[in-house]
Design a protein around this ligand. Structure first.
Ligand code: ADP
Ligand code: MG
Length: 350
């Protein structure tokens, strides 16, 4: 049997660059080498595309010194990459691309757009679902439409902040403190803040505006953070659920990546009907955003047992301690099977 060539993309120009470099190692280690050959392409934070030679080079960061540049060609007749070193150029066709990229310029439909032009099947959500899910404001518009419970929100545009007092008055007429402030297209909790008073509101709106022109102010939801994995093409399935126990006031960047006290619990103690509601809504939301392949859908569960949608991630973390692979492992799907299933699904997209 001829092996298929799978290209994995990692790194990327987002705040989640480092996480991606770890996620991709899990994907590579779990790629069935009897079935696939692998091409590793790293994208530096500056946006330079380079061919990596080994998983060791990814681990050590040495791939950033690679002399082989890689261009993902939008030319469908190439069906792959142009690799060049100095003046030497060659084409490298691939069968499938697995973009293991989190956040902007990877999880937001931009890479997916080149892949559509190139006609190369790729793992995960398409252009529309990636773009909508990356943008918390547009996700909310869609989730309102299907009637799933979510935090009330007030959209704010960066240019409105020239008159920040009137923005604050608008927010204060709707919500009591504390409120959550977040850039519409954030990731890794960057620019996400909890404002406890008027002054903090104004300071944090200005901070969020550094990350995106569109900002959301949300009512605070007091509850546990529960996540659900979705896998599949046009008949997607939900996993069980997992809980994030943040070792901080909320699940901020430090709590996510630097504080070993933050914990993940698979199948936490929750009433059966709450778990079922979350699983059902996770699939409903995945379908509503036109999801394909995989996503992790995040909720809050309030003290009185209400499941409140928070956000959907179309390329969730894939590290050894990430919720997405752990949730499937708990359902008997090993990470090796998971990676194979995702690659097979890529070929089913229509
Ligand atoms: N409306 C809210 N109420 C309570 N906590 C929130 C709210 N929005 C966000 N948070 C907290 O902030 C964290 C990061 O926000 P989130 O919307 O998930 O952005 P990101 O895409 O950066 O993960 C969440 O995991 C949660 O701890
Ligand atoms: Mg989040």
């Amino acid at each position: 049997m001829n092996k298929e060539m799978v290209a994995v993309l990692f790194g990327g120009q987002s705040s989640e660059h480092e996480v991606s470099c770890v996620s991709v190692q899990t994907v590579i280690k779990n790629l069935d080498m009897d079935k696939y050959d692998i091409l590793m392409i790293g994208i530096t934070k500056e946006g330079c595309w380079l061919k990596a030679d080994s998983i060791e080079d990814i681990k050590s960061g040495k791939w950033r010194e690679s002399k082989t540049h890689a261009v993902l060609s939008p030319d469908a007749s190439v069906h792959g990459f142009l690799l060049y070193e100095g003046n030497e150029l060659k084409t490298q066709p691939v069968d499938i691309v697995f973009p293991v990229l989190h956040g902007l310029y990877g999880e937001d439909g931009t890479i997916q757009g080149i892949l559509e032009l190139s006609r190369i099947p790729y793992v995960g959500c398409g252009v529309l679902s990636s773009a909508v899910s990356m943008d918390k404001f547009y996700t909310k518009v869609i989730v309102d439409e299907i009637g799933v419970l979510q935090a009330a929100y007030e959209p704010v545009l960066a240019e409105e902040l020239v008159d920040s007092e009137s923005v604050a008055a608008r927010v204060e007429s709707r919500f009591d403190y504390p409120v959550f402030i977040k850039p519409s297209r954030s990731g890794s909790s960057q620019g996400v803040h909890k404002a406890k008073n008027h002054d903090e509101l104004i300071t944090y709106l200005k901070d969020a505006a550094r990350f995106d022109r569109k900002i959301l102010v949300e009512e605070m939801i007091k509850g546990r953070e529960i996540e659900c994995a979705v896998l599949g093409g046009y008949a997607p399935k939900a996993s069980g659920v997992g809980e994030i126990v943040a070792a901080a006031e909320f699940y901020d960047y430090e709590a996510k990546y630097e504080n070993a006290e933050s914990k993940t619990i698979i199948d936490p103690d929750l009433p059966e009907e709450v778990v079922e509601k979350i699983r059902e809504n996770a699939v409903k939301i995945f379908k509503a955003v036109d999801g394909f392949g995989l996503s992790r859908v995040d909720f809050f569960v309030t003290e009185d047992g209400k499941a409140v949608f928070n956000e959907i991630n179309t390329l969730p973390g894939f590290t050894s301690i990430s919720m997405y692979p752990m949730l499937w492992a708990a359902r008997g799907i090993s990470t090796k099977d998971l990676v194979s299933q995702l690659i097979d699904l890529a070929k089913e997209r229509r």
